[in-house]
Design a protein around this ligand. Structure first.
Ligand SMILES: Cc1cc2nc3c(=O)[nH]c(=O)nc-3n(C[C@H](O)[C@H](O)[C@H](O)COP(=O)(O)OP(=O)(O)OC[C@H]3O[C@@H](n4cnc5c(N)ncnc54)[C@H](O)[C@@H]3O)c2cc1C
Length: 615
């Protein structure tokens, strides 16, 4: 089993039964006959939030086409599709996972409900995107959230900070911090505080770097169940007559008008989809907008299948080009993650008990009866650091000079230069912007090294912003074929250097008190891993991604590589929008779920405003 999958399976505990569902499922033929104002292609994190907000306007009729089912009891990543990319990281395939079902990836993820630092949203604004700065996007994070005050225990033991002024209190997504945490984790927290990380702040207050916190999680603390797009946005509104959800149907393409309007734009006229239970295809028409919300991987695929993308590439697969937009599927970014596992005393209870059938059964019973215990656990410590905490100034200066040489030798486009200028500032030895994330979890990341009756902890290192850019494109004209994913990992040497430095620091932390006191042994990599070559080989053989594919339909001016404008309208169209994490122009130094909700919320207000109904 791959480490990432093992890790995730061991991590996603706080999942429990979602109540009975209203009758939402229309059949594919009935759906095609409806008279929709809006059609949302993909009922995921952003798509569900957007559709529900649009349906607040009773005169709007909103249809959602979702490829998966409504999984009433989401469990781990078992509902996710896994795709392989055979070309990267020492020739190894990496699984790229996303949730398929109503709620999308919010249904399968690790529930972190996290904002990046203020500076990062402001940078998106500075890239030519009015309306997206920290001050402008914060109300949408708040609109999505219903935050709970941490308990006294959570404040004292795991330093859960809370600032009610910047958190949401009336939104659909219930948030809290983990109420069950292992004794193996506080020593990691203490080491980071001794390194100078700030504690006791609200995780989502816009602080960018050099802090350590328990992450805010999308868990309803009353029931200790996952709060996600389907059960929290959709279900309370499922009875709305003007909101219609079609499940198990895959969008094949967006239909575009034959002729351009007076502004030279094509109009989205409808959507063609395939009922995956009967394999029949249908076309449904739309009166106002089509919104593509398939996520970072499939939104560019939907555009390309509709003839929007790089003309030469599309025509090579027999797809008729309608709008030549070469940056669709480009600028692909993700994080990379490396895990290290350590033995800790087996008197410490860790998530590893769940691999013991008897202990697992009793933990499950405890959860089902009382909603307490290890089944309610989530990640309890995350830290973001600036690079100057990881490498010295002289090294950073050398790396920057090397990067400049590599970057400018490629004759980069004006758009790439803009992004580069922003990213490069983080290499300044005085920068206090987030560059590396560390988190610890009480579990062995590597199933093949797990032994019965032993306890483990893992330290994960995630560089926050890679300089390398990959791509995601169709690999044929067949809409049911998965796209080709090219992460292009370590295209720039500095990405490899930062990952190496961060992973080494992860190991070094275990030599510091009080963590040193509880780490019994290095499990993987072994303690004799020493030279750069050995560490690089370990990373090449084990690194994965935390599943944050994004930026493949970037919101940028068209001349800078943009696919959508700041109101999320696809260039060359009048009424086709994209709303999901594919619109981010640069990956954020955080996990992306809360931002996906904020994008869905933001898109809903843009649309309401455009149709004169935003009150
Ligand atoms: C295993 C995992 C763990 C993660 N952990 C965290 C975490 O702890 N915290 C965090 O902040 N982020 C996490 N993330 C990332 C986060 O969940 C995603 O970035 C975010 O949810 C993406 O939202 P989205 O709306 O862009 O896409 P999604 O939520 O992925 O929605 C896309 C939807 O479109 C549907 N779809 C796609 N193509 C079609 C088509 N052709 N026709 C019909 N439907 C289609 C899909 O089925 C899906 O429902 C994790 C992701 C994964 C996969």
């Amino acid at each position: 089993m791959r480490p990432s999958s093992s890790f995730l399976r061991s991590l996603v505990f706080a999942l429990a039964t979602v109540g009975a569902v209203n009758a939402i499922e229309v059949d594919a033929a009935t759906f095609a006959k409806q008279n929709f104002d809006f059609i949302v292609c993909g009922g995921g994190t952003a798509g569900t939030a957007l559709a529900v907000r649009l349906s607040e306007i009773s005169s709007f009729k909103v249809g959602v086409i979702e490829g998966g089912k409504y999984h009433k009891t989401p469990q781990g990543i078992n509902f996710a599709d896994v795709w392989n990319n055979p070309r990267n990281l020492a020739g190894r395939s990496i699984d790229i996972v996303r949730g398929k079902g109503l709620g999308g990836s919010s249904m399968v993820n690790l529930m972190g409900f996290l904002r990046a630092g203020k500076v990062e949203y402001d940078q998106i604004g500075h890239l030519g995107n009015p309306g997206w700065s920290w001050n402008e996007i914060t109300p949408y994070f708040m609109k999505a959230e219903n935050a709970s005050l941490p308990t006294k225990n959570e404040t004292e033991e795991i330093h859960a900070g809370y600032d009610p002024a910047i958190r949401g209190h009336r939104g659909p997504i219930q948030t809290s911090v983990t109420s069950w945490f292992s004794e193996a984790i506080p020593p990691f927290f203490d080491v980071l505080v001794r390194m100078g990380m700030q504690a006791d702040r609200d995780f989502n207050d816009g602080t960018d770097a050099n802090f350590v916190w328990p992450p805010i999680l999308a868990i309803d603390p009353d029931t200790e169940t996952r709060s996600y797009a389907a059960n929290s946005y959709y279900e309370p509104n499922a009875k709305r007559k003007n909101l219609v959800v079609l499940l198990q149907s895959q969008v094949l393409k967006v239909e575009l008008s034959d002729k351009k309007d007076k502004n030279g734009n094509l109009r989205a006229t409808g959507v063609t989809y395939q009922d995956m239970t009967t394999n029949k295809t249908y076309t449904v028409s739309v009166k106002k907008d089509v919104i593509v919300s398939g996520g970072g991987i499939q939104s560019p695929q939907m555009l390309e299948l509709s003839g929007i993308g790089n003309k030469t590439l599309l025509e090579s697969f027999g797809i008729k080009s309608r709008i030549d937009l070469p940056d669709v599927g480009e600028n692909y970014q993700d994080h990379l993650i490396s895990f290290q596992s350590f033995d800790v005393p087996n008197t410490m209870e860790t998530w590893d008990i769940l691999y013991d059938p008897e202990k697992n059964a009793s933990a499950y019973e405890e959860y089902m009866q009382n909603h307490t215990g290890v089944y309610t656990a989530g990640v309890s410590v995350i830290s973001y650091m600036s690079l100057n905490k990881v490498v010295d100034a002289a090294t950073l200066e050398n790396w920057t000079a090397e990067l400049d040489r590599e970057f400018f030798a490629r004759n980069p486009s004006p758009g790439r230069r803009l992004q580069y200028a922003i990213q490069r500032k983080r290499l300044d030895p005085h920068s206090n912007e987030a560059s590396i994330e560390f988190y610890a979890a009480p579990s062995n990341a590597y199933a093949e090294t797990r032994e019965r009756n032993k306890s483990y902890m893992q330290i994960a290192c995630i560089p926050s912003h890679q300089f390398s850019r990959g791509s995601i494109h169709v690999k044929s004209g067949n809409p049911l074929e998965h796209p080709a994913i090219d992460l292009n990992t370590f295209d720039f040497t500095i990405d490899k250097r930062i990952m190496l430095a961060g992973t080494r620091l992860g190991r070094n932390l275990t030599d510091k008190m009080p963590l040193k006191q509880i780490v019994v042994n290095d499990v993987k990599p072994p303690a004799n891993t020493d030279t750069d070559d050995e560490w690089n080989e370990f990373i090449a053989q084990t690194a994965s991604t935390p599943f944050h594919p994004c930026c493949t339909n970037s919101m940028l001016p068209r001349e800078f590589g943009g696919v959508v404008n700041p109101r999320l309208v696809v260039y060359g169209t009048s009424n086709l929008r994209v709303a999901d994490v594919s619109i981010l122009p640069m990956i954020l130094g955080t996990h992306l779920m809360a931002t996906a909700y904020a994008i869905g919320e933001r898109a809903a207000d843009f649309i309401k405003e455009d149709y004169g109904v935003l009150h």
